[in-house]
Design a binder for this molecule. Structure first.
Ligand code: 5GP
Ligand code: MN
Ligand code: MN
Length: 325
């Protein structure tokens, strides 16, 4: 890991035009890592563009700094990049389809540096740094920061890194929480990061509308396989009724039920486009279950999109899940 980090830093030092991006349906690890890495390279006086999808940014708006340039308009990004040679750095994206860019922008890059922590990463970059034993990409970017500017990490980099790590470890509750993670967070606290504030923002507060949706979703709860599989769904009608499509955290209600091994959330994005979120507790490798539906992820958190109706998808996925419990 350290050797590869040094190799990438050398490459960064030799070049001066970067585009940094995370994955579609961006989360705290993706947004935090993109924000931190962009700021780190800007501290090093590099020309860096970053793309962050506006749809998923709202809960993380506390990371924003006034006057800072991040692209949220992909048309404008495409236009600005048209005549340029840029190196694309993808973060937290297991494969090219997950990268949150128009295909043209991805294809237009000189080459790709792929930094990720998904074990099923397809190594689509020219350079691939895949730390599958790392809890978050934020943990990897922390190592970059220490290597590039030392342990006195400025708040503007430290806070998004802590956000990335806290998101992907579920505030230190998930199996991926290592002593290394705790040490990094301790170091980040020592440079001024307010862990309580971040926890509160991400896990300790919910909008009124999202809570209404949570109630509607909870009413759909069902179990199977002697209570080892539990699932709930969110239909378009429910999102319409609650006036929000914010589904973050809903799947954990299913996973956290006593005796449940696999928890599933089905979200009806379109009539025949169902997003499936999978979580497990102790042994079920839900990334393999997700792969059966062309998705992927981590052993305890994975997902896929299925192009069938809500009812068909629920039947198919629950049936397939039974093999894993
Ligand atoms: P979520 O359920 O929060 O959307 O996703 C959980 C994890 O599953 C993500 O961190 C990501 O690693 C993975 N994931 C979700 N959806 C997909 C997908 O469609 N394809 C792949 N390869 N991974 C996914
Ligand atoms: Mn992610
Ligand atoms: Mn991640």
């Amino acid at each position: 890991m350290q050797k590869k980090i040094k190799e990438i830093i050398k490459l960064i030092n030799k070049n001066d035009n970067f585009l940094i991006v995370g994955h579609v349906g961006s989360d705290g690890d993706s947004i935090g890592s993109v924000t931190a890495f962009t700021r780190l390279l800007r501290i090093k006086n590099k020309k860096v563009r970053a793309y962050l999808n506006r749809d998923t940014l709202a809960p993380f708006s506390f990371l924003e700094t006034e006057g800072e340039e991040f692209y949220t308009d992909s048309k404008k990004l495409k236009k600005d990049l048209a005549a340029e040679n840029y190196i694309l750095i993808t973060l937290d994206s297991g494969n090219l389809e997950r990268v949150d860019l128009e295909a043209e922008i991805t294809a237009g890059a000189e080459f790709i540096i792929n930094i990720d922590h998904h074990a099923d990463n397809s190594h689509f970059g020219k350079i691939n740094l895949v730390g599958s034993d790392r809890a978050a990409v934020g943990e990897i970017i922390y190592n970059f920061a220490v290597e590039m500017i030392g342990i006195d990490i400025p708040m503007q980099v430290a806070e998004p890194l802590a956000t990335a790590i806290i998101t992907d470890t579920g505030a230190l509750r998930y199996e991926n929480t290592t002593s290394r993670v705790l040490r990094i967070l301790a170091d980040l606290m020592d440079v001024g990061v307010d862990i309580y504030k971040i926890n509160k923002k991400i896990f300790g507060s919910i909008s009124y509308k999202a809570l209404i949706l949570k109630g509607l979703a909870l009413a759909t709860l069902e179990r199977s396989a002697n209570g080892k599989i539990a699932w709930l769904y969110v239909s378009r009608q429910m999102m319409h009724e609650a006036e929000t499509d914010y589904t973050e955290g809903l799947v954990s209600m299913a996973r956290d039920i006593e005796d449940v091994e696999i928890g599933i959330l089905f979200t009806e994005e379109e009539e025949a486009e169902i997003k499936v979120s999978l979580r497990s507790n102790f042994y079920a490798e839900v990334n393999e279950l997700a792969a059966e539906f062309n998705g992927g992820g981590h052993p305890r958190a994975a997902g896929a999109t299925v192009e069938k109706t809500l009812e068909e998808t629920i039947n198919l996925v629950v049936e397939a899940a039974k093999k894993y419990v």
